[in-house]
Design a protein around this ligand. Structure first.
Ligand code: NAD
Length: 455
């Protein structure tokens, strides 16, 4: 563990040790570069740092430094104009020591193997942190779904899942939605898998994916789960920072599924969402935005821009958005958006990472120097996979839970995970990100200690 500590200016309880990145010898041993701009290497660096603090055995560290399986497929799809186009898809299975691989499938033009590997490793950590019996996986297809017709999207979805059919399964690897995919795509995945899979497990085969429509075995509460998990974590951890969910102010970067639900649920509990910014622009109201009206606007207009025309907000620039004085900044858009420069502009006490890996290492250093508390993504954004687990349990037991049960179970998982992180932070005197990895790895380390390595 390194010993330097940056100054926590606004709250004496914040301990924010900076560390020298990429110190682990595992990078040399496995021939991995030390590149801070590579999302996968950043993630593994954080994992290995926590492994070293916990003194986990060498074999656990080398296992976690690389995914177990990296699957890459190319598949042709008939386009509406009659020609065939070849698509590239990935499924990365990082670790299954705690249970079947679990993680979303992203349709995005920038999907790359390294990013999918990183997101798969984060899934291993999330599932272990919230103590659900899953490992980590992630997948993607390099495509912009907005450029496809509905029929083309259906054919891409069916061809991709059939290309990886032998690599997934209800007890082996269970995909879910991510950026660019939704419940409809999951319905096509499930239907395709149910049609082409065979064998004794066929009866269970709709459990091959989660995030399905309710009518097809989806769970109540799945859509809002990630945003709700963010708010459950904030409600639990803000008091230690002398803040409260019912009086705090917040800024939302991204107003899609996760951002809009986090905003609506924060407002429901008394907090004020002062501003929101997405790929179309930004809006602000010093008394708090009407989060429900903004959600409606985004659904009808594709983004937050123009909401000011409704008369209940002002338009703001990206610089005004980042530099706004708020208690909580919630990044709920894409990865790596809080760069060093953006971090310098930011004027908040807490960053609650609702998106996966939204903060660059350089951005994180700046925020820590400013004394900003960062609540890491493996904690804040684990509500979605938690309710995915509930969906899988409901499919496996042929039961349907009511929303009260889903909400209660989700809250219990999120509060316990937040407390685990808080405890690890105090025990090891580390920042919250390192503490979250430690809390996840304590569980995984025990599983490896008990199971050993075959043979
Ligand atoms: P989404 O597609 O519904 O929303 C994405 C949001 O990001 C939109 O508001 C979009 O306008 C905004 N955005 C995109 N580019 C931007 C830019 N350049 N500047 C500002 N805003 C931009 O996706 P989502 O499901 O809400 O996911 C958001 C993040 O949360 C992703 O990182 C995703 O991996 C992560 N996540 C999602 C879930 C889930 O259950 N949906 C679970 C865990 C993590």
């Amino acid at each position: 563990m390194t010993t330097t500590q940056s100054q926590a200016s606004h709250n004496a309880s914040i301990v924010a040790p900076s560390r020298s990145h990429f110190g682990s010898q595992v990078f040399d041993e496995l021939g991995m570069e030390r590149d801070p701009n590579n999302l996968y290497l950043q993630t593994i660096d954080a994992v290995l740092h926590a492994c070293e603090i916990l003194e986990l055995p060498h074999h656990v560290q080398i296992i976690l430094a690389q995914p177990k399986n990296e699957i890459m497929v190319h598949f042709p799809v008939l386009m509406d104009d009659g020609h065939h186009r070849l698509f590239k898809g990935y499924r990365v299975q990082h670790n299954n020591a705690c249970g079947p691989y679990k993680g979303g499938i992203r349709f995005h033009p920038e999907v790359s193997l390294d990013d999918v590997k990183s997101l798969a490793a984060l899934m291993t950590m999330k599932c272990s942190l919230v103590r659900i019996p899953f490992g980590g996986g992630k997948g993607g297809v390099k495509v912009d779904p907005r450029t496809l017709s509905k029929e083309e999207l259906r054919r891409v979805s069916r061809r991709f899942i059939s290309a990886i059919e032998t690599q997934v399964g209800p007890d082996y690897d269970i995909p879910a939605p991510d950026v660019g995919t939704n419940a409809q795509v999951m319905a096509w995945f499930a239907d395709t898998y149910m049609n082409i899979s065979s064998g004794p497990n066929r009866g269970d085969s709709q459990a091959v994916v989660t995030g399905k429509p309710i009518e097809m075995g989806g769970s109540l509460g799945r859509e809002k789960a990630t945003g709700q998990g963010v708010i459950d974590v904030l409600a639990e951890l803000l008091p230690e920072l002398n803040l409260s969910i019912s009086t705090c102010t917040a800024a939302l970067l991204g107003y899609g599924n996760v951002g809009s639900w986090a905003a609506k649920l924060l407002a429901e509990r008394g907090g004020k969402v002062l501003s929101a910014f997405d790929h179309t622009g930004g809006v602000y109201n010093e008394h708090g935005l009407d989060t429900l009206a903004l959600d409606e606007w985004v659904k009808n207009h594709g983004g937050v821009a123009g909401f000011e025309k409704e008369g209940a907000a002002d338009a703001i620039s990206i610089d005004e958005f980042y530099s706004m004085d708020v208690d909580v900044f919630i990044p709920a858009a894409l990865e790596q958006m809080i760069t060093e420069d953006r971090a310098r502009q930011m004027n908040c006490k807490v960053v609650a990472e609702a998106a996966n890996a939204p903060t660059t290492p350089a951005g994180e250093r700046v925020l820590m120097e400013k004394g900003v508390e960062i609540l890491p993504a493996i904690l804040c954004s684990s509500g979605g996979v938690t309710v995915s687990y509930f969906e899988w349990v409901q499919n496996k037991t042929h039961m349907a839970w009511d929303i009260e049960r889903v909400d209660e179970e989700l809250n219990r998982h999120m509060v316990l995970a937040a407390r685990r992180v808080q405890l690890a932070r105090h025990r090891f005197n580390v920042d919250m990100r390192t503490a979250a990895y430690i809390a996840a790895l304590e569980n995984l380390g025990k599983v490896y200690a008990m199971r050993g390595i075959f043979p």
